[in-house]
Design a protein around this ligand. Structure first.
Ligand SMILES: Cc1ncc(COP(=O)(O)O)c(C=O)c1O
Length: 409
């Protein structure tokens, strides 16, 4: 990227030629003074969402009452699952459901995988995996008398294939990684990593929380076994929105998740004795679906599907390239370095800026209306959600950081 193009006017030029620019108007921008660079923690509110949620509440709940369960509510987890599966995950129908929180979905699928490999004693993941994934694995390992083999990866690069290969073996029951690292945005190679797990006879579980709606994946084509991910980040499903889970059709008969609730059972309304898993992905459900939250997930996901994941990915690469170029130009002389891969193919839709005072700098930025995330120990994380972030936002946010650093001297 040429140095001469790095100023506010050229950022505005980039915005003017952005094919996705009209999508910004489909979201609520309540405070024009705020520069929001945290769409990968909580996506912005789509304008459509309050209407969709209000309709569901007033018409379905208010008017139809209990009848609404059999007039569409019970189908919502699979219906929305199919929609995001086909458009965003490369998953044919019948393999994705919106279920519980990401943590609970991860627990269900990881435990099902361990149960399917009862003679094996090891789980492989990386030391820098997202905390909730690590904690769930630690709990499962402790309960099942298993051990975790930790990949000690460079946090700015992510696990290298050789490091992963070295730890996978005949004792490995489950291999699990986050596809786009929550800190560095490093993208792991899904196909080759999944093959490493399969070659050893292990199952592979991906956390797609920072991928869905930002980086296209092909779960069926890459022969993935299991996946989970958040819907409140790039899908803009709202705070605490329920997560999705994917189980490849070829494993659905074999895998048994541990929370045997009535809505994962055959004929739940028969109230019969004993648990008989429902057919297909339905067996991964447990309790009553969060219908109001699902209306919000549906509205957010529809916008992403309408914009198209390939265009979103293109813009994510351009925005993050741009943030890196501006950082090199404006901030490197002030001690800030880039903690994300420089190759856009290997990077998700956020950028990690590294500085020893990242915590204090993040607080200063947020206090001044530039909303970023701090990630321990030394990262200011910029989430550049492509449908809602402009090039001018990136320029303005990073210019603010330069001002703060310049005044500190
Ligand atoms: C990779 C990853 N997994 C899981 C989660 C969160 O899980 P939950 O929605 O259960 O809090 C996050 C949240 O940021 C995440 O980044």
């Amino acid at each position: 990227m040429a140095t001469a193009t790095l100023d506010r006017a050229s950022a505005l030029d980039r915005d003017a030629s952005d094919p996705l620019r009209a999508f910004r108007d489909r979201f609520v921008f309540a405070d024009d003074g705020v520069i929001y660079l945290d769409g990968n923690s909580l996506g912005r509110l789509p304008r459509e969402t309050p209407t969709r949620v209000a309709e569901l509440i007033e018409q379905n709940w208010g008017e139809r009452l209990i009848r609404a369960w059999t007039e569409g509510w019970l189908e919502l987890p699979l219906e929305i699952g199919d929609r995001i599966g086909e458009a965003l995950l490369g998953a044919a129908k019948g393999q994705v459901a919106i279920a519980d929180s990401t943590t609970v979905c991860f627990y269900k699928l990881a435990s099902a995988a361990l149960q399917a490999r009862p003679d094996r004693t090891e789980i492989v993941t990386d030391r820098d995996n997202f905390p909730t994934d690590r904690y769930v694995l630690e709990s499962l390992a402790a309960r099942n008398g298993m051990r975790i083999r930790w990949v000690e990866a460079d946090p700015h690069r992510g696990p290298e294939p050789d490091q992963v290969k070295e730890l996978i073996g005949a004792q490995t029951a489950l291999v699990t990684f986050t596809h786009v690292s929550y800190r560095s945005a490093f993208v792991l190679d899904m196909g080759s990593t999944t093959r490493l797990a399969h070659d050893a006879g292990a199952l592979m579980l991906w956390d797609l929380s920072h991928s869905i709606g930002a980086v296209p994946v092909q779960l069926d084509a890459e022969d993935v076994d299991l996946a989970v991910g958040c819907t409140y980040k790039y899908l803009n499903g709202g705070p605490g929105a329920p997560a999705f889970l994917y189980v490849a059709r070829r494993l659905q008969e074999e895998l048994r998740q541990p929370i045997w609730g009535w809505l994962g059972r055959q004929d739940p309304f028969e109230m019969a004795p004993g648990y008989e898993p429902a057919e297909g992905i339905t067996a991964m459900l447990s309790g009553t679906p969060p219908v109001i939250a699902l209306a919000a997930v549906s509205a957010g996901a529809d916008l992403v599907i309408e914009a198209g994941i390939d265009g979103i990915r293109r813009k994510a690469m351009q925005l993050t390239d741009y943030a890196i170029a501006v950082t090199d130009e404006l901030l490197a002389p002030l001690g800030v370095s880039v903690g994300s891969p420089r190759d856009a193919i290997r990077r998700g839709a956020h950028v990690a800026l590294v500085h020893p005072d990242a915590r204090a700098l993040s607080t200063r930025l947020i206090d001044g209306g530039v909303i970023v995330d701090f990630r321990t120990p030394d990262v200011i994380r910029l989430g550049l959600s492509p449908l809602t972030t402009s090039f001018a936002d990136v320029w303005d946010g990073l210019s603010r950081l330069r001002e703060i650093l310049s005044v500190r001297g």
